[in-house]
Structures are given as C-alpha cells and as structure tokens.
Design a protein around this ligand. Structure first.
Ligand SMILES: NC(=O)C1=CN([C@@H]2O[C@H](COP(=O)(O)OP(=O)(O)OC[C@H]3O[C@@H](n4cnc5c(N)ncnc54)[C@H](OP(=O)(O)O)[C@@H]3O)[C@@H](O)[C@H]2O)C=CC1
Ligand SMILES: Nc1nc(=O)c2c([nH]1)NC[C@@H]1CN(c3ccc(C(=O)N[C@@H](CCC(=O)O)C(=O)O)cc3)C=[N+]21
Length: 304
C-alpha cells in the first residue's frame, strides 16, 4: 500500500485563485494590498520562505516590499524600523521573520505591530483570538495551512486522536489549538516527551513539525493513519552509493529538501502530505489570504 498524496500545490492554487478575485475587487475600489517583509540578515529558511511568498503575492496581484536589515542590527534600530513600517498606510500586512537572534521578540514585534497588520499571528492579540476561535483574528499561516489541507481533502478531525510532534509557538502549539477547536483529541510531544513513538502509534492523525529528518519512522505509524509533515529540512542529496551529488547548475555539492518522515512512512500511512509539495506550498497562499483579510479590516470592508 502506498499513501494517497495530500497535494499542497493543488490546495495552494485553490486558495490563490480565491485571492486573485478578491484582489481584483479591492483594486476596483482603488486599494492595492501590499505586504511588508522584515528580514534580518540572510538566513536560509527566511530566504526560502521569502522567495515562495513573493511568488505567491505576484500571482495574486499583491505588492511586496522587503525591508532588509543587517544581521547585527540592534534591538533599538529594529524597533524603529518596525514602527516605521507599521505606520506606513500603504502596507496592510507585515511578515517579520522569526526567530530574531539577540532581539526580544516581545518588545520588537508583540509590543509594536498592530494586530490588524499581524498576518502571521505574532502578537498575543491574534494568538488569543485564535484560542477563542474568534473569526475576526488573523491566525498563523503554517498551522492554518495544515487545517486547509485537511479541509480540502474532507478530513474530519472531530473525535480523532491526533499526535502533534513539536511545540513551538510558530507551528506545534497553534496547530494543536486549531485542532482542539475542531474537537480532535490532541497529544503534543516535544523533547521531554518520554514515549513519542508509542503516542504516535496510537494516533489517527500525526502532525510533525520538528525539523529532524527521519524522526518519524514507518514502525511508529498506525497503518492507514494520516500524516502531515510540516518540517522543511535541507540535507545533502546522495547517490545510490552514498556519495553527495553535484548540483549541475552551480557545480556545488547538491542539497535536497526533506521533512521529518522517513521515506518508508509513505508505505504505511493512508494519506500523507509530501515534502516538498505539501504544507510549505500552502503557507504562502495563506499569507496572501491573511493579507487580503487584513486589508479589508483596515478599510472597513466586511469579511465574508
Ligand atoms: N511548512 C512550512 O510552511 C513551515 C515549515 N517549518 C518547518 O517546521 C519545522 C519546525 O519549525 P519550528 O516550529 O519553527 O521549529 P522549532 O525549532 O522552533 O521547534 C521544533 C520543535 O520540535 C521539537 N522537537 C525537536 N526534536 C524533537 C524530538 N526528537 N522529539 C520530539 N520533539 C522534538 C522541539 O521541542 P522543544 O520545544 O522541547 O525543544 C520544538 O518544539 C522546521 O523544519 C521548519 O523549517 C516552519 C515554518 C513554516
Ligand atoms: N514569522 C515567521 N513565520 C514563518 O512561518 C517562518 C518564519 N517566520 N521564519 C522562517 C520559517 C521557515 N519557513 C518556510 C516556509 C516555506 C518554505 C518553502 O520552501 N516554501 C516553498 C514550498 C516548499 C514545499 O513545496 O514544501 C514555496 O513557498 O514555494 C521554507 C521555509 C517559514 N518560516
């Protein structure tokens, strides 16, 4: 048996098609939605996300401006930039890449960014609204992408046992909240969990978001379970002899993207989101959809 693929590209495209129409409606009213990206330095995951986000925004007709700051920027200067971008009326949503090294995210993001511009739920207001299931809130993009995939494939989580592996503020914790709001029963595992494998084995649905290649193995997956792999890890691309391939374009050692799941999980799971082409492909579409929602809120346009 091989798992049915939960195709993130297809889900992302459906969201972008909806966004395109809404952007046209906003433009007809004289409003052009615009995203501001706050990037410190040039970290691999930030650049990867930025590239995908710009592509999605272009497809939807949304404008983007990247505010690039030096890797050694002081907290004071970062806050100044955040205040300036937040006050800019042309920018409707801000994506501030996290984590920020040596900068207090609470002081630099939570205390400065307006909740109406907080399209990735970095503020406690939007996190709180998500906890309460308040539809006026802007929910975090990656956890929302997981829910969109489940919805697109008509997977009802009510009463299902779900094992979430990873408990970060960006993915693990919020995805657990969104799932419990839909009446799934959740276990959240982290580095101190003693028997993650056993907890996985009993789960109808596994959502893994650790960034540890081969963390989830076939033996810990219940046959037929649904596996959502959120992780995005860059690893050396090896040939059949275990020697790293060469990238034909750059001549450098070749790398590839994998998730947390070992390749054999696909043989046991009933349905699985692949990496790449899974959750990562939906995240930037949700970013566009949250930006449009933020734009409507700021312009007093009713949400449907
Ligand atoms: N698909 C997408 O669009 C996105 C993908 N990602 C990817 O998702 C992954 C997670 O991202 P993020 O949450 O920001 O990362 P963090 O590093 O902040 O969190 C990782 C979490 O995994 C837990 N963990 C690590 N190792 C184990 C283990 N062996 N067993 C159980 N739990 C473990 C950690 O536990 P503890 O807290 O106890 O240390 C932590 O809670 C990364 O690969 C990232 O690249 C991130 C954002 C968007
Ligand atoms: N505030 C904040 N929120 C984040 O969600 C956040 C962040 N900071 N900092 C960096 C990490 C990393 N991250 C990625 C998302 C998509 C791809 C990615 O590769 N996306 C491809 C698709 C990959 C695939 O096909 O699976 C694309 O959009 O085209 C990579 C990395 C988000 N993060």
């Amino acid at each position: 048996m091989s798992a049915k693929i939960l195709d993130g590209k297809e889900v992302g495209q459906a969201i972008k098609d909806r966004c395109k129409k809404q952007v046209e409606e906003l433009k007809a009213k004289g409003i052009t939605p615009k995203l501001g990206i706050m990037r410190v330095g040039a970290k691999g995951p930030d650049l990867q996300y930025e590239k995908g986000a710009i592509k999605s925004m272009n497809e939807c007709g949304v404008e983007v401006e990247v505010f690039e700051m030096p890797a050694d920027i002081t907290q004071e200067d970062y806050i100044k930039k955040m205040q300036e971008v937040n006050a800019n009326k042309d920018i409707h949503g801000i994506l501030a890449f996290r984590p920020l090294d040596n900068i207090d995210e609470n002081k630099a993001i939570n205390e400065v960014m307006s909740p109406e511009k907080d399209i990735d739920a970095c503020t406690s207001i939007n996190m709180g609204k998500m906890l309460l299931g308040d539809p006026t809130g802007l929910y975090p993009c990656t956890p929302s992408a997981v829910m969109e995939i489940l919805d697109y494939y008509n997977i009802d989580v009510k009463g299902k046992d779900v094992c979430v592996i990873g408990n970060s503020n960006v993915v693990g914790k919020p995805v657990a909240v969104l799932l419990t709001n839909r009446f799934a029963t959740i276990k959240v595992c982290h580095v101190y969990t003693t028997d993650t494998k056993e907890k996985c084995k009993n789960a109808d649905i596994i959502v893994t978001a650790c960034g540890v290649p081969n963390l989830v193995k076939a033996e810990q997956v219940k046959p037929g379970a649904i596996v959502i792999d959120v992780a995005i890890c860059r690893v050396p691309d090896l040939d059949e002899n275990g020697v790293q391939k060469t990238n034909p374009k750059t001549g450098k050692p070749a790398m590839k993207t994998v998730g947390d799941c070992a390749p054999d999980v696909m043989e046991v799971a009933g349905m699985q989101s692949p990496v790449p082409g899974g959750v990562g492909s939906v995240t930037s579409s949700i970013l566009a959809s949250n930006l449009i929602k933020a734009c409507k809120i700021q312009n007093g346009i009713p949400l449907e």
